[in-house]
Design a protein around this ligand. Structure first.
Ligand SMILES: Cc1ncc(COP(=O)(O)O)c(C=O)c1O
Length: 392
């Protein structure tokens, strides 16, 4: 039987990047001593009050079809949250609730890009972006984020990649995998390109609550003339340790939000109703757990930087946010794939090879900060021992 062309777009290098992670999990299931730092799933629990409220809604029979793209109360709560944390003045008509940020990314791409279009994506890039863009039929155009700039965005590189077919630019700040929190000046320059060339900007802000060294999040949606051409994608997955709940949302123009409603109708018919009712509190209240988790990631970043500071085989790219650290492993003489493969097989530590994030990730491996401190410290000891063995 024949399958549609979309299936080829969905399976690609990014999807294959998870192979090492799957291998590490299978080793662990076999009882082997493996430390898994290859995924960004917070090791914290969802704030207790959100879990309790959800159980109560479930028990009270709130188990029927929910709102397709979020009920009015939830949308109003998210709009108020966006105003409070980011300073963007939006209303419920600008908010669509999605199945995680992933659902928002997919919907945003599908609503603005199609066959014949090009979407510019700086890379290294989060592994699902390629599938998302290619599923629309559009062509993904890579623009490298340069290691010499510590992977910060350069709007001139993006401008140089714009063609008559370009429809959108898709960015992520703070950035997975590099931890770069894009600077206001760079984002302003990018906004200028988007306005001048009439482009959509899809901005993935899932790590906007996880910034280090006192930084404040900068969202290009708040810049003059940008709200009408920016689609922000966000979720509770990382900020509230709720990856399994699949609560995400988009912030965009009202017309885009209506399209997201129709997409939700066709695709998933809404988030479970008991979750929709219970999570509004995550937007109306400031949970101390959120700041506590952010502070833990920052402290763990410090542990990684300190532990590997004198390591001759790796250079740490100090992240400014998110929950990952990129290690430049070029001094080891190994490719990032060989490094991560041998580190898993010989030292029992699972990291993702940078190539999984695009060719600009070659020479780097990504270490996740979402493991308990003791596990992280043990992984750092093993990395140190492994690299000293390489030198020997
Ligand atoms: C940059 C980025 N965007 C989107 C996602 C997906 O997030 P969610 O769990 O909300 O779908 C992730 C998850 O790791 C991510 O790192």
């Amino acid at each position: 039987m024949r399958y549609a062309a979309i299936v080829d777009g969905l399976a690609n290098e990014g999807a294959r990047a998870w192979e090492i992670h799957a291998r590490a999990l299978s080793y662990r299931a076999q009882g082997r001593d493996v430390l898994v730092l290859s995924i960004g799933d917070p090791d914290f629990d969802t704030p207790r009050r959100i879990a309790d409220a959800t159980i109560e809604r479930l028990r009270s029979g709130d188990t029927h079809y929910g709102w397709i793209d979020g009920g009015p109360d939830l949308k109003a709560a998210i709009a108020a949250y966006r105003r409070r944390h980011i300073g963007q003045d939006v209303g419920p008509e600008n908010i669509a609730v999605t199945l995680g940020a992933q659902g928002g990314l997919f919907g945003a791409a599908l609503c603005v890009a199609q066959r014949g279009d090009e979407v510019i994506v700086p890379q290294p890039v989060y592994v699902t972006y390629e599938s998302v863009v290619r599923a629309t039929g559009a062509r993904l155009v890579d623009v490298p984020l340069r290691a010499e700039r510590d992977f910060h965005l350069d709007a001139a590189d993006i401008e140089a990649a714009v063609s008559p077919a370009t429809r959108a630019v898709m960015i992520n700040t703070p950035h997975n995998p590099t931890g770069a929190a894009y600077r206001r000046a760079d984002l302003l320059a990018l906004a200028e390109v988007c306005r001048a060339r009439d482009l959509w900007l899809i901005c993935d802000e899932v790590y906007s609550r996880t910034l280090f060294d006192g930084r404040a999040h900068v969202s290009p949606a708040t810049f003059p003339g940008m709200a009408e051409r920016t689609i922000v994608v966000d979720s509770l997955s990382k900020s509230h340790a709720m990856t399994g709940w699949r609560v995400g949302w988009t912030v965009g123009p009202a017309a885009f939000t209506r399209h997201m409603y129709h997409l939700g109708l066709a695709l998933h018919y809404g988030l479970p109703s008991f979750i929709q009712s219970a999570v509004a509190a995550a937007f109306t209240e400031d949970f101390p757990e959120v700041e506590a988790m952010r502070a833990r990631y920052e402290a763990r970043r410090g542990r990684v930087c300190d532990a590997l500071a004198g390591n001759a085989c790796t250079r740490v790219v100090r992240p400014e946010g998110a929950c990952f650290v990129m290690l430049d492993v070029r001094p080891s003489g190994l490719s990032s794939e060989a490094f991560s493969d041998r580190l898993l097989e010989e030292a029992g530590v699972s990291l993702l090879a940078g190539e999984g994030f695009g060719s600009a990730g070659a020479g780097f491996v990504r270490l996740s900060l979402t493991a308990p401190d003791a596990e992280l410290d043990e992984a750092l000891r093993r990395i140190d021992r492994f690299t000293r063995g390489l030198q020997g």
